[in-house]
Design a binder for this molecule. Structure first.
Ligand code: FMN
Length: 217
């Protein structure tokens, strides 16, 4: 698959066929993803591949209450309760995310992404705002993985709602204390056709020339 095509058409997949995913496909994706950059080339990423039915049920048990709390907090729950009063496309997305949470145990593969905290160079740790840089040594790997899965013809959904359940996920999967949870990626064969085009803002809205706000185009 052409790189640009993969980048432009790697949507979040939330509905999957029940078919199991061959381990070779996952290995090929991980094999390419590992060439991601990281601070000092420390490569602190760690991945647990979960396919066992009972563990998938346990992951759903941890995910679902956090999703429900999130929908209450963001107003998504109100949207689901009264869909006619909201933008139809937005309601569709929230509905899909809600179904994804309810059916999480049926997602064939769960990739639990962690990162060794001692491998992170957090250069903004002392700024008087929340730190962003720690993630910069794990999320390029996550995006590489999403693109590699796309190239395999596999759908994927990256979410972060399991991260607050880090302690429980650690216990469930035997992840050591020094590894922090970064993301959860559900993987499988996509149920729906691949979309032709994703909804994203145009370049002129976020890229500038020389000074912030000056048009690049
Ligand atoms: C950090 C992060 C957190 C996300 N969390 C959720 C989530 O909790 N539930 C969900 O269904 N999708 C989640 N997503 C997927 C986004 O909703 C998705 O990337 C966005 O709506 C664009 O969708 P598209 O690529 O299909 O166009 C998350 C994505 C990212 C990068």
């Amino acid at each position: 698959m052409d790189l640009h095509e993969a980048m432009r058409c790697a949507p979040t997949s939330r509905r999957f066929k029940p078919d199991p995913v061959p381990r070779e496909m996952l290995l090929r994706a991980l094999e390419s993803a590992r060439f991601a950059p990281s601070g000092g080339n420390r490569q602190g990423w760690r991945v647990v591949v979960v396919q066992d039915a009972e563990r998938r049920v346990a992951l759903r048990g941890l995910y679902l209450p956090r999703w429900r709390a999130y929908t209450e907090l963001t107003g998504a729950a109100a949207m689901l309760a009264d869909p006619a009063s909201f933008d139809a496309a937005r309601v569709r997305m929230v509905q899909r995310a809600d179904d994804y949470a309810s059916n999480l145990h049926e997602v064939p593969v769960h990739l639990i992404l962690g990162v060794r905290l001692e491998d992170l160079a957090v250069t903004d740790a002392h700024l008087p705002r929340q730190s962003i840089v720690g993630g910069a040594s794990i999320y390029p790997f996550a995006q590489n993985l999403l693109l590699a899965l796309r190239a395999e013809g596999l759908g994927a959904a990256m979410t972060t709602l399991l991260v607050p359940a880090e302690a429980e996920v650690r216990r469930l999967l035997g992840i050591p204390e020094e590894v922090a949870l970064a993301a959860h990626i559900g993987v499988g064969y996509r149920e729906d056709p691949w979309p032709g085009r994703l909804s994203r803002r145009p370049v002129q809205e976020f890229a500038f020339s020389e000074r912030y706000g000056e048009p690049l185009l």
